[in-house]
Design a protein around this ligand. Structure first.
Ligand SMILES: [Zn+2]
Length: 276
């Protein structure tokens, strides 16, 4: 009897010391949504849900394998620990499904505080798992960002993705700035959401990547927590001076061929390259 009681107590202690976090926020509401049925899988650091019958469900093994790599990549980029609890990650087929689940016609969406990620993928659209997973990793490492820090949240996430179409963020940005010009630093810092989103995201991503490489994650964390202005001092120089130097550094180099650049400019970074 004593042994049985002791064994029972051990089990109880072990379970209560590491309870599985329940789904929260938009993850909980997606699972409770009777319009959707989900194929449930798991990967290290993730609980994953594929919309039943979708393109993603047909490719679940390969999509699943990308997730731990994306998490590790995000953590390496900002040298952060893993989130304490698993990320709940949903794959759906269409923008309509995204709208029904998260209320936005997005191709990727993250509810940071709930560790809930939603990704659209189909034969013509690549999933942005590195982008959305970085939203969760940064938020859990550094906490909620300063107000009006949209440029840095999106810059960091898109820097983690690293790609636009089959090109680097920087190559597509180069092509777009040669076509349309730059978003000013001031507009990026204070009116980010009012800018043409592809250019603003890529410009923020390439600038954030430059800051990470040149000044390290701690300098970027300071911007995340405190916000930044053109006069903010990073290292020993003003943000405005750094941004000017960065433009000169990335202005020269390759860009996508005109037809492909036009397709990306029209549809976005997730557009899958045509196969011959
Ligand atoms: Zn984002």
């Amino acid at each position: 009897m004593r042994t049985a009681t002791f064994a029972g107590l051990l089990v109880f202690v072990a379970v209560s010391a590491a309870p599985a976090a329940s789904q929260e926020g938009l993850a909980a509401s997606a699972l409770a949504n009777s319009e959707f049925s989900w194929v449930r899988r798991a990967a290290p650091g993730f609980r994953v849900y594929f919309q039943a019958g979708s393109y993603a469900a047909q490719h679940q093994d390969s999509l699943l394998a990308r997730l731990p790599m994306a998490l590790q990549h995000a953590r390496t980029l900002i040298r952060s620990p893993a989130p304490a609890d698993p990320i709940d990650l949903f794959f759906v087929e269409t923008r309509e499904a995204m709208t029904r689940l998260v209320g936005a016609r997005a191709t990727g969406f993250t509810h940071q505080s709930a560790r809930a990620v939603f990704l659209m993928t189909n034969p013509t659209w690549r999933a942005f798992e590195r982008h959305e997973i970085m939203h969760v990793v940064a938020w859990h490492a550094w906490g909620p960002p300063a107000a009006r820090n949209d440029w840095l949240q999106e810059g960091l996430a898109q820097a983690a993705d690293g790609r636009c179409g089959e090109f680097s963020n920087e190559a597509v940005l180069r092509g777009l700035t040669r076509r349309h010009g730059w978003v000013t630093l001031q507009d990026m810092l204070v009116n980010f959401r009012q800018q043409p989103d592809l250019r603003a995201y890529l410009q923020a991503a390439a600038l954030t990547r430059f800051l990470l490489d040149a000044y390290g994650p701690t300098a970027v964390e300071t911007l995340w927590r405190n916000g930044g202005t053109a006069d903010s001092i990073i290292g020993d120089r003003s943000f405005a001076a750094i941004e000017q130097q960065w433009r000169e550094v990335i202005a020269s180099g390759d860009q996508p061929a005109p037809q492909r650049l036009a397709a990306i400019d029209e549809v976005g970074c997730g557009v899958v390259a045509p196969t011959r």
